[in-house]
Write a protein that binds this ligand. Structure first.
Ligand code: MRU
Length: 360
């Protein structure tokens, strides 16, 4: 059984530059197996993002940044005498391909845009120098995420008191980021200070990121964690066991509407009913001021098998039944008590508070 230090030492996404590879902890196998994948092709990286081997908005962004860099390196080695415009057009194709892997988490597009900006801002550099700059940018994206999550944890902890009962949905944990997680960061920091939080982790149907990943992380860190099915959140709140809800997000619109794993909006509605504060943890890389409201957020639809058969020895629904399987929903900004960013805590009205914290 791993310890807190072991858990926080896990690097779920890293670059193996020497071997031109992206190394990913295959999150689909947790908690039964800890297996690292060594991906050297763009197709392999695309598949890992699509299949949620790497998942969670920040981790997807980091994986895409490393993927873009590896694509650029391959383009350079295929044609060492390449000129700038050929290189810019080849890397653009790589960007578009990686961007097609998942639609909702804005970090994917944010990281790829940031990588492309290195190319578009430096038409005077030769291709080897551009590739070196892209490596530096991808490593910076990863390093910054760790600092961002640390700040989220510190700000988040100011909202909490020792002994509180907390509820979380999906996995916004260290596995989903460079380190610490977003919504879990205050849980780790509180644990280090002896806060004794009691965390309820929603199982998070249909892919069970809460049941498989959040419990795996928190239990290993010695945090008091109790697994509940998603439909048990209401009774847990009614029992008076929950003082705050802490969740991550995949995209926050300019008005504060926040897309996160399917079921988050239901949890927020319950929290409102029971008078429980509902906190969304959002690195500014997840805030999309170009999208006005949640209505503009593309919600990913996934395969029926994830609901009917993926986790079962035998199918749990009749063959051919119609299935609606949206991967995310949008929590209305009116249900969100505060949005915690690395630059401070935003309170309503979000169209005024968010732009002050998003420095680009
Ligand atoms: O489909 P997933 O597992 O990538 O969805 C992840 C979530 O919804 C997380 O809560 C979100 O990305 C924040 S991760 C810090």
């Amino acid at each position: 059984m791993p310890s807190t230090n072991d858990i926080l030492a896990i690097e779920s996404v890293k670059l193996d530059d020497e071997n031109n590879a992206l190394i990913l902890l295959d999150q689909t196998l947790i908690p039964n197996e800890t297996k690292y994948l060594k991906l050297t092709t763009q197709e392999g990286i695309w598949e890992a993002i699509y299949e949620l081997r790497v998942r969670g908005a920040p981790a997807i962004g980091i994986a895409a940044a490393f993927g873009y860099y590896l694509a650029a390196k391959n383009i350079l080695s295929a044609n060492i005498r390449q000129n700038y415009s050929q290189f810019a057009s080849e890397t653009r194709k790589a960007k578009e391909y990686l961007a097609s892997s998942r639609p909702t988490a804005v970090n994917l597009f944010w990281a790829l845009d940031r990588m492309e900006k290195v190319v578009t801002d430096n038409p005077d550099l030769d291709v080897p120098a551009l590739v070196a700059a892209l490596k530096a940018e991808s490593l910076a994206i990863r390093a910054e995420d760790e600092q961002v999550c640390r700040s989220l944890g510190e700000y988040g902890l100011t909202l909490l008191k020792p002994g509180m009962g907390l509820i979380t949905h999906c996995n916004a944990g260290t596995l989903a980021t460079a380190r610490y997680g977003t919504a879990t960061a205050p849980m780790y920091f509180g644990q280090a200070k002896g806060y004794g939080f009691k965390v309820f982790a929603d199982e998070t149907r249909p892919l069970n990121q809460g049941g498989r990943l959040t419990t795996f992380e928190l239990q290993a860190a010695g945090i008091d964690v109790t697994l509940i099915c998603d439909n048990m959140a209401s009774i847990t709140m009614k029992n008076g066991w929950v003082n705050a809800a802490l969740v991550g997000c995949d995209r926050v619109a300019a008005n504060g509407d926040a897309a996160n794993k399917i079921g988050t909006s239901g949890l927020a509605i319950l929290a409102k009913h029971y008078g429980i504060p509902f906190y969304v943890f959002a690195p500014t890389s997840t805030i999309d001021l170009n999208t006005e409201t949640g209505d503009g957020i593309h919600i990913e639809l996934r395969k029926p098998e994830e609901v009917t058969s993926k986790w079962y020895a035998k199918p749990m629904a009749p063959a051919g039944v119609k299935v609606y399987n949206p991967a995310f929903d949008v929590t209305d900004h009116t249900l969100i008590t505060a949005i915690i960013t690395e630059n401070g805590i935003a309170y309503p009205p979000y169209e005024e508070s968010l732009p002050k914290l998003v420095k680009r």
